[in-house]
Design a protein around this ligand. Structure first.
Ligand code: UD1
Length: 420
């Protein structure tokens, strides 16, 4: 197993290019299952979860190939209905093929995603909403078995603006009969990116980006001849490099930074004292002085994203004063706290709230990555710590960060991999 060895090496400086968004690419690639004819994508990040998605598509009768430049061609042929446990267990987003398979085949058999380190993460809202459209579900031998004799438009009010649920329903409703209205829909930019992809293929969707989305079902979706779809840049990856620049008091140009979708991320960093300047080719970040702690509460978009909570916490461990971080999206997303404490951070946890008191210095230590964003926070902290940090279980990191070691080293960091 790979270990990431990070030596604190002073301020980061230079330019870092941001890759395509993982969370946009996953549903958009899965939406290939809805299309007639082949589909071309560009700016797909080279990540483990993307590899798993391509395997899943292949098993479902839609072989897809990716080249080194992040271009993918998917060829939906004989669509199959069973998403096997071996693939689903490594990636919960596999549940996103329920909607497309029911719309396409009237049948879906998708392994129930297992437990996850950051909370229970059930898919009950996806199922209840699809039931409203005329699907019925059974749990059989660990598989969610869904059938329908044709999905019909429905008025669906989500109890919570679930990102995956909204995406599943967008895909299902695009090929259903009649009109679907999604109330309390997720407004995340990745949901909008999926909607734009479906619209390019002929779907009739309005209201995406607001909490009420209307989808008028069509009988066929097809990417226009000669077209390709470019996946949006990854706002969480960009935010993670922003955190890395700030904690090391560096000066970094974040290229292809999706600034428009990052208002709630940029605001607390500015409040902490970071200087942010939007330039033609990206976001320029500088943080020469010690930053100040702030209070942060995670919320659905357009609020502060839960996927940036761990990274901003890492930055606050070395900032002046104290700040309160409240996690409202996932019930168990503070697994990085104990690891940061091992590096000398002062953090008190109480339920869904963490109080961070900034310290003068962190010290490198052996630590363990527990999930994707927790791993990112450990890397961020390690960049500014004295001495060497060895991060174990970094396969989590490789699920979501393209070439993180190379990108950081190009900014002057000292990061390498070792085999255990
Ligand atoms: C997506 C993102 C993830 C991000 C999250 C919240 C992808 C691949 N993943 O995850 O990185 O952290 O949005 O922004 O895009 N819930 C239920 N029942 C359901 C669905 C969700 O109780 O049927 C709960 C979840 O357990 C969680 C909350 O709702 O507590 C948010 O989940 P959701 O918005 O669905 O997140 P994901 O789509 O899983």
């Amino acid at each position: 197993m790979d270990i990431l060895i990070v030596e604190g090496n002073g301020p980061l400086s230079g330019t870092v290019p941001i890759s395509g968004s993982k969370n946009a690419a996953l549903p958009i690639l899965i939406a290939s299952l809805l299309m007639d004819g082949s589909v071309n994508y560009t700016n797909v990040p080279r990540l483990r979860d993307i590899g798993t998605t391509l395997k899943l598509l292949e098993v479902l009768g839609c072989p897809a190939e990716m080249d080194d430049a992040g271009n993918v061609i998917a060829n939906p042929c004989e669509i199959a209905y069973q998403a096997p446990y071996e693939l689903v267990r490594t990636m919960r987003a596999s549940a996103l093929c329920l909607g497309p398979l029911l719309a396409r085949l009237g049948r879906a058999s998708v392994a129930l995603p297992g437990g996850c380190a950051i909370g229970a993460r059930p898919v009950d809202m996806h199922l209840t909403a699809l039931e409203k459209m005329g699907a019925t579900f059974n749990l059989d031998a660990g598989y969610i078995e869904g059938v329908t004799d044709g999905l019909k438009g429905a008025h669906i009010a989500f109890p919570f603006p679930t990102v995956g649920g909204t995406e599943n329903l967008l895909m299902a409703a695009s090929l259903a009969e009649g009109t679907t209205i999604l109330e309390n829909a997720a407004r995340e930019p990745e949901v909008c990116d999926l909607a734009e992809f479906l619209i390019q293929g002929g779907a009739k969707i309005t209201g995406h980006g607001t909490s009420e989305i209307t989808i008028e079902g069509v009988s066929e979706l097809r990417q226009p001849k000669g077209a390709s779809y470019r996946i949006m840049s990854d706002r969480i990856e960009a935010g993670t490099y922003l955190a890395a620049a700030c904690i090391t008091r560096g000066e970094v140009l974040i290229q292809n930074c999706p600034v428009d979708s990052m208002e709630a991320v940029l605001a607390p960093f500015e409040e902490m004292g970071a200087k942010l300047e939007e330039r033609e080719d990206g976001l320029f970040v500088s943080a020469a002085d010690r930053l100040k702690c702030v209070d942060v509460k995670t919320l659905p978009y357009p609020g502060f994203p839960t996927d940036m909570q761990a990274q901003i916490m890492a930055v606050m461990t070395l900032a002046e004063g104290s700040g309160v971080i409240e996690e409202t999206i996932f019930e168990n997303r503070f697994m990085h706290v104990q690891e940061l404490v091992r590096m000398g951070a002062r953090i008190k946890l109480s339920g869904r709230t963490a109080v961070v008191r900034g310290v003068e210095a962190l010290t490198g230590a052996p630590v363990m990555a527990s999930d994707l964003r927790a791993s990112a926070s450990l890397v961020v902290a390690a960049l500014a710590a004295h001495g060497v940090t060895a991060i174990r279980r970094i396969y989590h990191l490789d699920r979501g960060y393209e070439n993180i070691d190379a990108k950081l080293n190009a900014l002057g960091a000292k990061v390498r991999r070792e085999q255990e």
